[in-house]
Design a protein around this ligand. Structure first.
Ligand code: ADP
Length: 391
């Protein structure tokens, strides 16, 4: 691919397509910038991940999983991943831009939120979580910092860095990796004897609901061991100002026993969840207008010189199917040297696309409306049964 990073009106342009602007936030492996897609004029959030930092932290698999998961889930309350680009040293994720800030910031400002406002966010959270679970994805790090708000006051889940897929479960059907954020992590995850990812996410949703309604964490202590003990015992107090329905629901979410903890189908039938809201919280402050793109972007600051490269169709297939994202961490990513798929000639690869779960109609329309059109320039023969693309 040709070198296309350059300057435009003092700002850095990535691959001739994204004009990089101000920093929105800092992640573990790099910054998140506002960027303008010059093809559409629309703004995106460009997450810049420095490969070296990821490799040094031993988290290659985690970041690849995050990208794979975000490609797998598309839902109005989950931040959308538009495009992935990679250079020799960096990965660029063009994400849906969410302008209302973190839900956490709102709680910090307001102390706590009204019950009908909390219900609005909580319903959207459960909708996103339930959708992920139906796709075999467990977030495992749900907390207010990972919940952003758009201008209309809608909640968007971000940061799938720790998420797990159902197929990562061991033979006992349970997940075994210890992860999450103290204070939001379910007791069975801390016990490390295997856990059901869906139930563990529901516990975190319970902590989030408590934080929204009470303005403080249910399990807090300066001493982390004491805090973990409280988590194990489900030792917390519900504030007296909560409604009876809320006081009934919270213990069912913060039930230390995952087998008796409430499930999503039970949750969505509870009086607190189904209650008609009086008002919709759309009082998010108007976003600051995107300033002219700042001259500095992470790539430039850190001496980025190599060529950005949009993932080709092979990579996209691996993103949505097998999660083989190894090309992201290879210098020469377009030579067809990869496992999975059959290498016919250095430039020809046969890829067999099959559905291994999920909705058949959705899969068929994905094949006919997205996959085939996206591959039309490189499809060599496509006379096979629906869903099999010869590339
Ligand atoms: P990490 O996973 O490395 O912690 P995050 O994805 O949490 O990084 O991003 C860091 C910060 O960047 C977030 O806390 C948020 O403030 C901001 N951010 C991330 N994604 C977006 C987005 N899509 N729109 C707006 N801001 C975002």
């Amino acid at each position: 691919m040709e070198a296309v990073e350059g300057e435009k009106k003092g700002g850095v342009v990535l691959q001739g397509r994204y004009e990089i602007g101000r920093v929105l936030g800092r992640g573990n492996f790099g910054r998140v910038h506002v960027a303008r897609d010059l093809r559409t004029g629309k703004s995106v959030a460009m997450k810049v991940v420095t490969k070296e930092k990821v490799v040094r932290a031993g988290m290659v698999e985690q970041i690849m999983r995050e990208i794979g998961v975000m490609k797998r889930v598309s839902h109005p309350n989950i931040v959308e991943l538009h495009e992935v680009m990679a250079t020799r040293t960096k990965i660029y994720l063009a994400l849906e831009l969410v302008r209302g800030g973190e839900l956490f910031g709102r709680i910090v400002r307001l102390g706590r939120v009204r019950e009908d406002v909390a219900r609005h966010y909580f319903r959207q959270l459960i909708s996103a979580v339930d959708f992920c679970h139906s796709r075999g994805v467990y977030h495992r790090d749900l907390k207010p910092e990972n919940l952003l708000l758009d201008e209309a006051g809608n909640l968007k889940v971000v940061d799938f860095g720790l998420s797990a897929l159902a197929d990562h479960a061991r033979a006992d059907g349970l997940l075994h990796t210890l992860c999450g954020t103290p204070g939001y992590t379910a007791p069975e995850v801390l016990r490390d004897k295997g856990y059901d990812g869906a139930k563990a996410d529901l516990w975190s949703c319970g902590v989030i609901l408590y934080v929204l309604l009470a303005g403080s964490l249910p399990f807090a202590d300066d001493n982390i061991v004491t805090m973990y003990r409280k988590v194990q015992r489900g030792d917390y107090r519900c504030p007296t100002w909560l409604s009876t329905d809320a006081r009934r629901l919270i213990p069912r979410l913060l039930d230390p026993n995952p087998s008796t903890r409430i499930t999503v189908p039970q949750l969505v039938e509870t009086p607190w969840f189904t209650k008609t809201s009086i008002s919709k919280p759309i009082s998010i402050e108007p976003p600051a207008a995107d300033p002219a793109p700042a001259p500095a972007c992470a790539a430039q600051e850190e001496g980025e010189k190599d060529e950005p490269e949009t993932l080709n169709a092979f990579h996209l297939i691996s993103l949505s199917e097998g999660f083989d994202l190894s090309p992201l961490f290879e210098g020469d990513s377009a030579n067809g040297r990869r496992e999975g798929g059959m290498l016919v000639a250095p430039s020809v690869l046969v890829v067999d696309v099959k559905k291994d779960g999920g909705d058949t109609l959705e899969y068929r329309s994905f094949c006919s409306e997205q996959l085939r059109p996206a591959l039309q320039d490189i499809v060599w023969a496509a006379t096979d049964p629906p869903g099999t693309a010869a590339v």
